[in-house]
Ligand binder design. Sequence first.
Ligand code: FES
Length: 217
Amino acid sequence: MSSHAHAPGGFEEAETPQEISRRQWMANATIAISGVIGLTLAIPIVGSLIPDVGAGGAAWIPLDESGWKQLQAATDTPVHIDINLKSKDAYLPEQSSPQSAWGIKVKDPQKFVRDRSDLFGPGGKDMLPYPIVNMGFVLFSPICPHLGCYYQWQGQQNRFWCPCHQSTYDPNGAHTGGPAARGLDPLPLREQSGVAQCEWIRYAPTIPDRLIVSYTA
Ligand code: FES
C-alpha cells in the first residue's frame, strides 16, 4: 500500500523524499514532452511562413503594363502602378483584389545605397533575400510601415507622406519624419518575357526590422 494513503483523521501523510523527487521528475518529463510536441508542430508552421522569395516560393504578379511603361519613361517622379492580387484557398473561388505599388527609377545607385542604410549592409550588400534594385528600378509596397495606411506622393514637397500619422519618406523611401520606425519596404521585382512582375509581401508594422507576416503564395 502506498505510504501516502489517507491517514486517520483525513490528513495526507507527508511524502517521502523519493516520492517527491519522482513526482517532480514526472512533472519535468511532461513539460519536456509537451515542449518536443510543440516544437514538432511549430517548426513546419513557422517554416511555411517563410517564403523562398525571389526563387519561385511566392507567386509573381504582373504589374499593370501602362504603369510599368510610365515608370520606364519616368525621370524623377515616383509612379503608382496597379497590380491585381489573386488569392485562392481551399474553400473559396479565386478572389481578385486590386493593389498597387510605388515604383522609382534609381538614377544614382550609390546615393540610393547611402540614403537607404536600412536596406544595405557593408559594401552595399542587399539585406533582403532578393535584389532591392532591379533593372534600375525599385518597387515599394504601398503600405506605410508605421501602422499600415496607404501613403501618398506629394510632388510639391518631393516626398511620400502618410495621412494617418504624418510619417514622411524621401523620394528614395528613406524615413524622414513621423512615427514610422523604418523606411518604405521594397518588393521583389523582375521582368519575365517582357512582362514586369512583383511579389507581394507584407512586413510587420511598427518595428525597425523587416519581418514577413504574409506573402502571396
Ligand atoms: S500608418 Fe502611416 S504614419 Fe501611421
